[in-house]
Design a protein around this ligand. Sequence first.
Ligand code: SAM
Ligand code: DTB
Ligand code: SF4
Length: 354
Amino acid sequence: MDTLKKNNWTREEIREIHDLPMMDLLYRAASVHREYHDPNTVQVSTLLSIKTGGCPEDCSYCPQAARYHTDVDSHKLMSLDKVEFMAAQAKANGSSRLCMGAAWRNVKDGPEFDEVLEMVRTINKMEMEVCCTLGMITENQAKRLAEAGLYAYNHNLDSSEEYYKEVISTRSYQDRLDTIANVRKTNVTVCSGGIIGMGEKIDDRIGMLVALTSLNPHPESVPINALVAVEGTPLEDEKPVEIWELIRMVATTRIVMPETQVRLSAGRTNMTPEGQALCFLAGANSIFSGDKLLTTPNPAKSEDMKMFEALGLIPQKPFVKKAQPETVEAADSQVPALGEKPKWTRPNLHKSTS
Ligand code: SAM
Ligand code: DTB
Ligand code: SF4
């Protein structure tokens, strides 16, 4: 059996795994899963949108892009007190990780980022894993987040390089890879995955897995989102993905990145508990809990509790995979703000600005 943690998976090899008869695929993925993980433990994260809507980017799937006409109400940065309250609630509800999302194109040094760093310090001290997803960041900003005690940074590749251009025009695939590389220069873990159901071909899903597996080391977590088609976005009419397609994607991800936590992310409201159980069997070992993702609905906590009970699943404790990072207080910081912006390019223009 091929359970190597390798970085040179080819499209053909991954496609061959993806297209196995379902029972063979499930058996193989479940076997890899058991070799590397406790199959009865699932990591539970809570999402919190700390800055909602009004984003200048044009990601076709996203209800928070300012240019689309969705029902999302824009909010400025959430207060530290509110974040602390929400984190305590998430912890009481059994989440080991709080993932704070901001509808930003990139991080800008200044009072708002300082406030986010304070949020990271506060939650890390609450013995929760802290994750941020704030758009593009520089190496210096990644270092400042690491110093504050950040556990993970989420920055998705979303699809294959070719299909990415069809979905987003305001930044390139390379920009995403650059931010991931900046995170990798610190001890913050990398969370990067994508979305299926955006009209892409199976080969685009495979292309995304090739890109993710070529990262060395592999991302510590890979979220697999099923598109939540939101009215007012360009992808509003996309039909929900078939559960079988999601199971195939999860199983393939598990096989090609055996050590990674595979997160069954957006789209669970369209799935039955039985469908989700097959995803767990196929190697998913993380979910987002709480009745809201960032702006769209997620299954009710009571439903997830029922499902966990029926399946005998146990929520993972924090800092099992990696030790808790230390927090350096703002006054003791060794990493000064440099005031620089991430370099970025536009697809097809290949012009760099800063
Ligand atoms: N602005 C930051 C960025 O783009 O990296 C962080 C927030 S953004 C909302 C985080 C991720 O959520 C995206 O990369 C995308 O994969 C996912 N996402 C956004 N809208 C979605 C939708 N409608 N359905 C599924 N996933 C979605
Ligand atoms: C990820 O891959 N999925 C999460 C998290 N990382 C930030 C976000 C899903 C967002 C779904 C649409 C919304 O609720 O706005
Ligand atoms: Fe902005 Fe992120 Fe949404 Fe893209 S996915 S529009 S960058 S919030």
